[in-house]
Design a protein around this ligand. Structure first.
Ligand code: ADP
Ligand code: MG
Ligand code: ZN
Length: 715
């Protein structure tokens, strides 16, 4: 530590004599070597160039602003949306002997003042601030009094309407940056995030007014994962999972189950032959800790978990990750499959889905994004004069939770200003637009998951593209069910029938004279209705794409102001050559291999409803009939919900009292999302509590014990 601090201090004083990045890496951070791409990013930042850095969570983005900050000398300004993130990073830097301060709403005024004094004295190497600080009159001017080493903007996707965590305060950054950067030779702006689709990337660059930025988008490709996506009815999933995991080479494994009940049932079934256990929020903390430890130690080989599992797991040899239902976002899915094969050895992942999975998701979406009318209702009640939150809530005809959720969304979107004394003032009417955009975005995220399941693009390439690495997105992985259908373990492929080969020929003939056709138009023109169901037709197109006879591109057009996605189908050079006599060893995706308990009736005559594409993805103006929900779909039982709800209710009561006592809105004590997560995951230790998103160190310190006590004794 001593050494680190003197090295860090000298890097400040000898900034005229450039320190080598590698030297700082060893002496200050204590790391043996750079991780992939870190050095290049550091060098770019040190040179003073603006940059956008997109790398997965855990890839080591922080170092990419921290090291250049030391190399450049002076104070780095770090803007971060979450107090917990700020505290965590500040603590880590302080532990390295670096001089750090932070300013956010969780700190006493004196501490903030002290930080400003130190900043102005040039005594800080890092200053962390929350973006809303820039609203405080005089604060940006105070910052601008000194030349900054660099400005790092963490979680930069928050600036974009299209990002899933849009934060209006990030929007203000753009207008303050020019003054903060100074002139001449402006301080570089470093924007970092783990998730930025190409749209979000462009938005970040534009909003921040970045100057000739370098873009580093890396690290999303996983070389050793064989990904399979399989349509399989819910009742068939358990036997399929059993048969997969009975093979030793497929273990250890994590299975993600959509509900607690399912995780219990599945674990019980697997336990007949495999050391397996359930892991979910309804289990007591001790059990969960025991399961986690046993899995880590190799005594348990399979854990069947709800999404709460995996954060604390550091197990390199996980061979299989199975999703027994759809994830809500590709981000979540990617993170979960990413737990497989950390040791670099080949690992398999299976995503099981069917139409029924869509309904579970709709339920959550409606809960988290209340209708615009609810927000309007609250907005109408607000005035230019501050009003007491509790009185407003009592006077409204919304439930307490609904009200708080609506107010929270209003505040995020600028329709309300909530102050620490628990009063609310009316904001600007523009909230409606951005809220609608964001709610829409959430729905779209799930639609992207659905599209992923029905896509005929290499699974890895699709994910890499989703995360914005367009350069790397064209290389097929060679291992997934699309790249290597014959190598698929669970998903079954069969040879095309004579009828299908005939249809392939007519598709080729139809496409030959044109640049492209929409998939929907193709099906209508060929009058295949009746001969081939829509999903069988899609399976056939997918098979043709896999055989490189056609290319399928996701595209969209506008109709009455609405963006309608469709699929462009183009003939490839190889497809052009197909003649009736051409041998076509086409493999058609066909559900689940028999040995895994798949269906045995011939696919073309199957009466089982197949996955329809989501409404949005329909290229057909007349959407196909929506199949009736599968009878096996069952929402969580009342008993299942009651357990979590009892804890939730206790927490809510306590929160209301506490909020009243402190005179702040309830969500300032504990955010709804955090509250729900606490009830779901029932943390057993302060450490587990602090892992819950939305629980910052300040909250953990103030309320940690009480919250943990609720989790210990729900009654
Ligand atoms: P990100 O912000 O990309 O999610 P972090 O910057 O928080 O990731 O880094 C994740 C972890 O990796 C941290 O514990 C960090 O100390 C560690 N780390 C970063 N760079 C290196 C490196 N070159 N060698 C070893 N560990 C590293
Ligand atoms: Mg980070
Ligand atoms: Zn692939």
């Amino acid at each position: 530590m001593q050494q680190a601090s003197s090295r860090a201090a000298s890097s400040l004083s000898t900034s005229s004599q450039p320190v080598q990045p590698a030297e700082l890496l060893h002496s200050v951070f204590g790391f043996a070597s750079f991780r992939a791409n870190q050095e290049q990013v550091c060098r770019t930042a040190i040179s003073g160039r603006d940059l956008l850095l997109v790398m997965p969570t855990g890839a080591g983005k922080s170092l990419c602003y921290q090291l250049p900050a030391l190399a450049r000398g002076g104070t780095a300004l770090v803007i971060s949306p979450l107090i917990s993130l700020m505290e965590d990073q500040a603590a880590k830097l302080a532990a390295l002997g670096l001089r750090v301060a932070r300013i956010h709403s969780g700190l006493a005024r004196a501490a903030a003042r002290q930080a400003c004094v130190e900043y102005l004295q040039g005594a800080l190497q890092f200053l962390f601030i929350a973006p809303e600080r820039l609203r405080v009159p005089g604060f940006p001017e105070m910052l601008a009094k000194r030349k900054l080493a660099l400005i790092a903007i963490d979680e930069a996707h928050c600036i974009s309407h299209w990002g899933h965590d849009f934060r209006p305060d990030y929007r203000m950054l753009g207008q303050h940056l020019p003054a903060l950067r100074g002139a001449p030779d402006p301080a570089p702006v470093l924007a970092m995030t783990a998730t930025a689709t190409p749209t979000v990337q462009a938005d970040i660059l534009a909003q921040l007014g970045m100057i000739a930025p370098a873009k580093f988008i890396h690290g999303f490709r996983r070389e050793n994962l064989a990904i399979e996506v399989v349509e399989i009815p819910q009742p068939d999933r358990a036997p399929a999972i059993f048969r997969l995991l009975i093979k030793l080479s497929h273990r250890p494994a994590i299975v993600y189950a959509p509900s607690r009940k399912q995780s219990e049932q599945l674990a019980a079934e697997l336990s007949r032959a495999i050391p397996a256990a359930a892991y979910h929020a309804g289990l007591d903390a001790e059990t969960r800790e025991r399961v986690q430890r046993a899995f880590q130690a190799g005594e348990l080989e399979v854990v069947v978990a709800t999404i709460a599992f995996g954060m604390g797991i550091d197990k390199a040899n996980i061979r299989t990750v199975i999703h027994a239902g759809l994830s809500a976002t590709l981000e979540g899915y990617y993170q979960e499959i990413g737990r497989a094969g950390r040791d670099g050895a080949l690992s398999r992942t299976f995503l099981m889905h069917s139409y029924a999975d869509q309904r579970t998701h709709d339920f959550f979406l409606n809960r988290d994004y209340p209708p615009v009318e609810s927000l309007s209702h609250v907005f109408e009640a607000l005035t230019g004069d501050p009003q007491n939150v509790d009185k407003l809530r009592a006077a409204s005809n919304l439930g307490e939770e609904e009200f708080d959720k609506a107010l929270e969304k209003l505040e995020i979107h600028g329709g309300a200003r909530v102050d620490f004394d628990g009063s609310v003032t009316r904001g600007a009417p523009g909230w409606k637009k951005t809220y609608a955009i964001q709610a829409r975005h959430r729905a779209e995220q799930f639609e992207k998951v659905l599209r992923y399941t029905v896509s005929s693009e290499c699974r890895v390439a699709a994910l890499v593209r989703h995360f914005g690495d367009l350069e790397d997105a064209n290389r097929p992985c060679g291992k997934c069910d699309i790249c290597d259908p014959a190598g698929a373990v669970l998903r079954q492929f069969r040879r095309a029938t004579a009828l299908e080969r005939e249809i392939v020929q007519s598709i080729v003939d139809e496409l030959r004279p044109v640049d492209y056709k929409a998939a929907g138009a193709l099906q209508r023109n060929l009058d295949l209705v009746g001969r081939l169901s829509r999903s069988d037709f899609d399976a056939l197109l997918d098979a043709m794409a896999r055989a490189a006879l056609i290319e399928i591109e996701q595209a969209e057009y506008e109709k009455n102001g609405e963006v309608i996605p469709f699929r462009k189908v183009r003939l490839t050079a190889r497809g052009l050559e197909v003649r009736p006599a051409t041998p076509l060893p086409l493999l058609i995706g066909d559900g689940v291999a028999d040995e895994f308990g798949g269906r045995s009736d011939p696919p073309m005559r199957s009466k089982k409803p197949k996955l329809t594409r989501p409404k949005l993805v329909h290229e057909d103006p007349k959407p196909a009939k929506t199949p009736a929900p599968r009878p096996e779909f069952r929402p969580p039982t009342p008993e299942e919900q009651a357990f979590t709800q009892s804890i939730e209710a206790k927490l809510r009561d306590w929160r209301a009292t506490e909020a009243k006592r402190l005179g702040v809105p309830a969500y300032m004590v504990l955010h709804d999302r955090a509250l729900a997560a606490v009830a779901q995951t029932r943390p057993a230790s302060p450490q587990q509590l602090s892992q819950i998103p939305g629980i910052g160190p300040a909250q953990a310190e103030r309320f940690g014990e009480i919250i943990l006590a609720f989790c210990r004794s729900p009654n």
